[in-house]
Design a protein around this ligand. Structure first.
Ligand SMILES: *Cc1c(COP(=O)(O)O)cnc(C)c1O
Length: 368
């Protein structure tokens, strides 16, 4: 194993805490205008979201997980229905499916990335399938255009979990252009951060109305069921002001990722090949590993102060977690994918020296 002298050791944080000079004034203005989820501050945020992402409708929601719940309800998922999703995502995506009493049905990914394998999709769709969820991990665009076509042909709504993918595009359009409903999180760790929070984007006015109604107790009309998933005004105020900095922040991530890749020399480590027409937001830099023991490499980086989302979250296919094991359906591509990759932080607070330190560690690694 490579020798790294202790004096060189750094601790790299994978937590980026956005902070902008107008955060405080935005919060102060919201305090004056009222704090509930029906305040003008929230509708202004929704207007800003439509403007940035280019969708016809935006509905602010209390979290990314709640956004999935609301999207499932809006497309009419009921107890006993089946919802198809890839198993290579966090538990956050599958728990809302289970909470509705629906059955998660796992579909394999493609060999080269996190998109649904369209051949395997044909094997798992049944008359009970009420929704398909695609989860582009770490912001890497997937073949959402092809999946959108396949879903439309099958007459099944496509929900995109874009919790990592603010600013990721395919053929010049936000990934949210390709979902019937696109769900985002604005949790503190996500590219656009409001502490807790989320939103749903859609070009379908009817689905937008259903999302809005469901997330407001069915407007308490006593006819339409719903729950309260509204986003509060303070988080919305931060969202509006921070959206202005999103592109600048993604640009800093891109520069860091490029610096890392331009110095990367290890023959067993290479970047993911992005699909044609894709622009990755660099939420994390993702690397494909080809060691005899990839986990040992990830541990080595961790021991030298470089965290990996793979290690932090114990990433494995969802059916390998006890809470989800009853839905096991082996997905060999997905397993290989998660076992042969890692993530490298490239957020805006990292310095050039931090990037050089990380790539130096990678280049120095030798399998013993
Ligand atoms: C973070 C995350 C969620 C959940 O978002 P919250 O805002 O924390 O509820 C859902 N899906 C994915 C892929 C996530 O990374």
């Amino acid at each position: 194993m490579a020798e790294t002298s202790v004096k060189d050791k750094r601790i790299i944080s994978d937590k980026y805490r956005a902070s902008h000079q107008d955060d405080t004034s935005s919060l102060a203005a919201a305090l004056d205008r009222g704090l509930s989820g029906t305040s003008d501050t929230v509708s202004d945020y929704e207007t800003a979201l439509r403007g940035y992402f280019g969708n016809r409708n935006a509905i602010a929601i209390s979290s990314g997980g709640a956004a999935i719940t609301v999207a499932l309800a809006a497309v009419g998922v009921k107890a006993g229905d089946e919802v198809v999703l890839t198993p290579t995502c966090p538990l956050c995506t599958v728990y809302p499916v289970m909470d509705m009493g629906a059955k998660p049905v796992f579909v394999d990914t493609r060999e080269d990335g996190f998109s649904v394998d369209l051949e395997d999709l044909k094997r798992v769709v049944t008359p009970k399938t009420r929704a398909i969820i695609e989860i582009p991990m770490w912001g890497m665009p997937t073949q959402v255009d092809e999946l959108h076509q396949a879903a439309r042909k099958a007459g099944i709504p496509l929900i995109l979990d874009l919790a990592h993918s603010h600013g990721s595009t395919l053929h010049g359009r936000s990934l949210s252009a390709y979902g019937d409903l696109s769900c985002y999180s604005t949790h503190e760790r996500k590219p656009l951060a409001t502490g807790e929070g989320g939103f749903i984007l859609t070009d379908n006015d009817d689905l937008a109305k259903r999302c809005r109604d469901y997330s407001r107790f069915g407007n308490l009309n006593g006819r339409d069921f719903g729950l309260n998933f509204k986003l509060g005004a303070l988080a919305a105020a931060l969202g509006t002001s921070r959206l202005k900095y999103l592109d600048q922040q993604l640009e800093a991530r891109r520069r860091n990722a490029e610096r890392f890749l331009s110095r990367l020399e290890h023959p067993s480590v290479r970047p993911f090949t992005q699909i044609p027409g894709a622009k990755h937001n660099n939420y994390f830099l993702t690397l494909r590993l080809n060691f005899a023991d990839n986990r040992r490499f990830i541990d080595y980086l961790d021991e030298h102060g470089v965290p990996s989302d793979i290690k932090r979250y114990g990433c494995r296919c969802l059916y390998d977690f006890p809470a989800v094991a009853q839905y096991r359906r082996p997905c060999p591509n997905g397993e290989r994918l998660l076992n042969s990759m890692t993530t490298i932080p490239v957020h805006p607070s990292l310095s050039s020296d931090d990037i050089d330190y990380m790539v130096g560690l990678v280049n120095a690694y030798r399998e013993s």
